[in-house]
Design a protein around this ligand. Structure first.
Ligand code: PLP
Length: 396
């Protein structure tokens, strides 16, 4: 008995590695608390989650059902099903007019899996990689867990939160960078870089020998103009993308990388060891999702209506201080007139108004206490109900 207790104490005493001490997603904390309240029977409007309310398109679900019925679901090649890789390559021709060899595509477990593989393939421990703030919090967490130094570029609302080639050149001149990781449209801001700015960044990175990773996960979800891929401007850019957002397939955990040819076999070997392959069923469903574009465009049209409604309503309830929503399904509101503690503000909003949103501190450790992200990827009625509750809560 005493021996068992001693063994148990020893197990409890094992402390985690320093590099695994990444910050939790506050969004997930809000997500859990909102779910807990909803479970107790409270009506909560969920504007915190960064995922579509709509299901995967019907052809994707049917393809998955057929595969389940066929019985056997095995591993695939580490880089993914050849037919899916070919279909993704075709997508580049159709959507961007850019010709990409299917051999350059690696299918991954969500873009999240793609980050780990591409960062390992690109950077040594101790490398310096620049990211924007506000930005997607997992970038910092994954990079730091891999022993990579994160250099933060604080963006400005008046500049549409864009990182410019000049920003990168200045930073690089101070202490050389090894990589730059950017996204457009952005999470949490929904703003986009201009094509020219993207081209300048891609070309500058090539000139400086800095690796440019372009997270294009919100492509397809743009409201005024389409987003161009970094591949249109550089063959050296590494593109990360996913079926999670436009294709409404978050839980299927399926994404892809477009790699320079020189990195393909490296990523293949890493994938063999890290995941063996992305889930076969999700790969089959993802390939079929390309046949569900009509449904997906209808989902996007509902986001566009939510966006238009918010543009009208948010200023009227004192939440009008945000950058133009060029894409994605987020609005990142400056709430500094209402609070200097976005965490506390979101907690009160959840408990008192029954509306869940994400505190800006997730996205910007320095300035996020003054900002809140609302997601409008849910049903139109829910978003309208959320605004109604906020109006009453804020006394407007
Ligand atoms: C900018 C950005 N990149 C990547 C991801 C990860 O998505 P997934 O792993 O589902 O492809 C997210 C999720 O919210 C995101 O906002």
């Amino acid at each position: 008995m005493a021996t068992e207790r001693r063994a148990e104490q020893q197990i409890q005493a094992i402390s985690p590695s320093m590099r695994s001490r990444v910050a939790p997603f506050l969004a997930m904390e809000t997500f859990k608390e909102a779910a807990r309240l909803a479970d107790t029977g409270r009506s909560i409007v969920r504007l915190e989650a960064g995922e579509p309310g709509a299901p995967a398109p019907r052809p994707a679900r049917e393809a998955a059902r057929r595969l389940i019925e066929s019985g056997r679901i095995g591993y695939t090649q580490a880089l993914g099903l050849p037919s899916l890789r070919a279909r993704i390559a075709r997508h580049y021709r159709d959507a961007y007019g850019v010709s990409i060899d299917a051999d350059r595509i690696a299918v991954t477990t969500g873009s999240s899996g793609g980050f780990v593989l591409s960062f390992l393939a690109l950077f040594e421990a101790g490398a310096r990689v620049a990211i924007a703030a506000p930005g997607y919090p997992a970038y910092r967490n994954i990079l730091e867990a891999l022993g990579i130094e994160v250099v933060t570029i604080a963006t400005r609302a008046e500049n549409r939160h864009a990182v410019t080639a000049a920003d990168i050149e200045t930073l690089h001149a101070q202490t050389p960078l090894d990589g730059v990781l950017l996204m457009s449209p952005g999470n949490p801001t929904g703003t986009m870089m201009s094509d020219q700015s993207l081209a300048e960044v891609a070309r500058l990175c090539d000139r400086l020998g800095v690796r440019f990773v372009s997270d294009e996960i919100y492509h397809g979800l743009t409201y005024d103009r389409p987003a161009q891929t970094a591949l249109a401007y550089s063959d050296h850019a590494i593109v990360v993308n996913s079926f999670s957002k436009y294709f409404c397939m978050t839980g299927w955990r399926i994404g892809w990388l477009v790699l320079p040819p020189s990195l393909v076999s490296t990523v293949e070997r890493l994938s063999q060891s890290f995941a063996i392959s992305a889930p076969a069923i999700s790969q089959v469903a993802a390939e079929a999702a390309f046949d569900g574009m009509e449904e997906l465009e209808a989902v996007k049209a509902s986001y566009a209506r939510n966006r238009a409604m918010l543009a009208q309503e948010l200023p009227a309830i004192g939440l009008g201080d945000y950058s133009p929503i060029d894409g994605a399904f987020y609005v990142y509101v400056d709430v500094s007139r209402l609070t200097n503690d976005s965490m506390e503000f979101c907690k009160r909003m959840l408990h008192e108004a029954g509306v869940a949103a994400t505190p800006g501190l997730d996205f910007d450790r320095e300035r996020g206490a003054h900002a809140v992200r609302f997601s409008f990827a849910g049903a139109e009625n829910d978003v309208a109900e959320g605004v109604k509750r906020l109006r009453a809560w804020l006394g407007r």
